[in-house]
Design a protein around this ligand. Sequence first.
Ligand SMILES: Cc1ncc(COP(=O)(O)O)c(C=O)c1O
Length: 406
Amino acid sequence: MKRKTPQPLSLATRAIHGKQLFAFQGPVAGPIYQTSTYRFKSSDDAVRYANGDPTVYVYSRYHNPTVHEVEEKIAGMENGESAALFASGMAAITTAILAVTKSGDNIISTPALYGGTYRWMRDELPKQNIGVRFVDPEHLEEIVRLADKRTTIIFIETPTNPTLTIVDIAETVRQTRKAEKKLNRPLLTMIDNTFATILNQDPFKFGIDVITESATKYLGGHTDILAGVVVGKEKFVKQVRALGKYHGGCADPFAAYLLGRSLKTFELRVQRQNENALALARALEKNRKVNRVIYPGLTSHPQFQIAKKQMTGFGGMVTIELTPSKRYAPADAAAKVCDRLTVAVNAMSLGGVETLVSIPVYSSHIFMSDEELKRHGVTKGMIRISVGVEGIDDLINDFEQALDTI
Ligand SMILES: Cc1ncc(COP(=O)(O)O)c(C=O)c1O
């Protein structure tokens, strides 16, 4: 029977069906190819592989059908030509950057990044003779001055972890175009879209070239896998895959299966997280034990206007800074609140269905000097909240009783 698929398909539909709409008569839930290698029908397959035929499966560090299905689904969701899945967000980010950056080159980045990415840029890239030039997100015009003939990538993260600073994506791209004019050659713009996700922010719409994302977080959504993804033009993703084969940070088939399963409820989960986060942020704004609530969806957020311009939802992350107390040092007060929560879980990571809290100076922002913390806007009395999908009244009550103890 001939069927016509209505176009364009919504994000929710693409997240459930991937590219499999009426494509084959197999199982509704894709199988897990839990295998390291593949049986050749005959050595002709090996010859075809050796001659560069990409459709021959040979070894799971190179490719795996379960991983491939999820890559296709994510590429479809994010409107990218191609996607490569990795073992973690860090594997995705580092492989994507190193795929096009060699000794003597440099990259330009905003400094307010997930701590792991920042420390890798600060400590590891210089060992490979790769320079990192940090640009203040309030002065993106600096990109034009900083870019030189060895610059490869302009990297941003927005909203940032954990201060939820908003970097103007369109302005980043505009300044990069100016720098390209100056250099008379193209530069690659790359964004870590982990906090926003494609539901709340579509970087390709603003002209960004590459999206990286820790799929451990909202895409996975259930706090049970590690994964990362790079989405972009086919030619670039091919380069990333080629390096990924050597570095070996390939996605595990079982993790890929769980990720594919989780994507089916991606929109439902993240929509609820958006709603819960806004409601919790508004409630915490009224609590006198809280000095500052940082949430891009609040009009009090310093970059609310930029957030409104580039985000269609404001995400599930809320950061609070406690009111200074006479009884406790800021980090002790933060620890006490985290210890008293009963619904929210005191654990690192984010993006899952359960609400998690963490103290940035003890988690994402360890091994940083006071000067660096200041530059990143991280203070000792901060608590980062990854809002889950629980009943909102339960969450508000839980935070209020925990804050009452300090
Ligand atoms: C914004 C952001 N990017 C990247 C990463 C790294 O992801 P992974 O832990 O999956 O390697 C994290 C982890 O917390 C993150 O928050």
